[in-house]
Design a protein around this ligand. Structure first.
Ligand code: AMP
Length: 273
C-alpha cells in the first residue's frame, strides 16, 4: 500500500512557474499473505492509510501481485532495547555502534544529515559504508523493501516473546520483519531507522551480528522527519542488493530471543559487532 498527498512545491513557488505539485509520502505497508486473507488485509491497509498522523492522503494505491518464486525462509533478528532518556544519549549510542561496526565518520555524517532532512522518502537511502556516497538508483524515492512476511506460527511465538517485554505491537513486529530481511542481504552492514511518524520516537539500529536494537527517544515528539539508511559494504553488487531488497520474497519462520533493556555500555561491550 502506498498513500501520498500532493503539495505545492517550494521549487515551483520560488520560480513563480505555473503551479506544479510534489507528492509527499504519507504511509506505506507491504506483506506476503495467503489468497484468502487479501480482502481483510486490503481493508486494514486502507484504514491505516486514512488514519496516519502525517495527514490525510489524496491518493492510496494498493498493488496485489502473485509471487512468482518460492520465498526464502529466514530467522528474525534478536530484539533488545537501549536504556536511554534523551535524543542526545540515543544519538551518541548510534554513532558509537556504527563506528564499531566499521561505518566511516563520513558515512555516519551523511546518514544523520539525510535523516534530519525535511524531505522524507518512500524508501531507504543506500550509503557506502566507507565513503558515505549515496548509491540508491532513485534518490527521491529510495529503495523500498517489499515482499516480506512472517509465518503464522512465527508470529505467535514473536507476539508471546514481545508481550513479556511489553512491546507486542504491530509497529515493532513489522519493523523487525523488515530489519531481518534487510540484515539477511549480504551487502548490508547495518540499518538505521527513524520513523517519520511525529508521535513515534523510538528508532532502531540493526545488523546481522548486533540484532535489532530499539532506540527510544531518538527524536523529540512532534518531529516529522525520519527515514531509513542501509549501509552497504562495497560498490559492486549494488544491483544485486537492490533486486534482493525490492523483489526477493522472504518469510520469517523462526524467532530469535527478545532480550530486554540494556544500557549503552552493556550493549557496546557485550556484543560482537
Ligand atoms: P516508518 O518506520 O514506517 O515510519 O518509516 C520511516 C521511513 O523508512 C520512511 O520515511 C521511509 O523513508 C522508510 N521506509 C518505510 N518503509 C520502508 C520500506 N518498506 N523499505 C524501505 N524504506 C522504508
Amino acid at each position: 500500500m502506498r498513500a501520498s498527498k500532493n503539495v505545492e512545491s517550494q521549487r515551483s513557488k520560488a520560480k513563480k512557474q505555473k503551479i506544479k505539485s510534489d507528492e509527499i509520502h504519507i504511509s506505506g505497508a507491504e506483506g506476503i499473505y495467503a489468497g484468502q486473507e487479501i480482502s481483510t488485509i486490503a481493508k486494514q491497509y486502507i484504514k491505516r492509510a486514512s488514519e496516519h498522523t502525517r495527514g490525510i492522503p489524496d491518493r492510496v494505491v494498493i498493488t496485489i501481485e502473485k509471487l512468482q518464486e518460492r520465498p526464502e525462509m529466514i530467522k528474525s533478528l534478536p530484539v533488545i532495547t537501549l536504556k536511554s532518556v534523551s535524543p542526545l544519549e540515543s544519538g551518541r549510542f548510534i554513532r558509537q555502534v556504527l563506528k564499531k561496526i566499521g561505518i566511516s565518520d563520513d558515512a555516519i555524517r551523511v546518514a544523520f544529515n539525510l535523516l534530519k532532512s525535511k524531505k522524507t522518502m518512500r524508501g531507504a537511502s543506500l550509503l557506502l559504508a566507507e565513503s558515505g556516497r549515496r548509491i540508491e538508483p532513485d534518490k527521491e524515492r529510495g529503495v523500498r523493501v517489499t515482499r516480506l512476511g512472517i509465518s503464522k506460527v512465527a508470529e505467535k511465538t514473536l507476539s508471546g516473546r514481545l508481550a513479556k517485554q511489553g512491546i507486542n505491537n504491530a509497529r515493532v513486529k513489522e519493523a523487525l520483519v523488515l530489519a531481518s530481511k534487510v540484515a539477511s542481504c549480504k551487502q548490508v552492514m547495518a540499518e538505521l531507522c527513524i520513523s517519520d511518524n511525529p508521535d513515534y520516537t523510538t528508532g532502531y539500529i540493526a545488523s546481522k551480528n548486533l540484532g535489532y536494537i530499539r532506540v527510544p527517544h531518538i527524536k523529540n515528539k512532534g518531529d516529522r522527519r525520519g527515514g531509513r539508511i542501509f549501509f552497504l559494504q562495497k560498490s559492486f553488487g549494488i544491483d544485486e542488493a537492490v533486486t534482493y531488497l525490492e523483489h526477493k520474497p522472504v518469510i520469517i519462520n523462526g524467532i530469535a530471543e527478545c532480550k530486554g533493556i540494556f544500557s549503552s555500555d552493556e550493549i557496546i561491550h557485550n556484543y560482537n559487532m
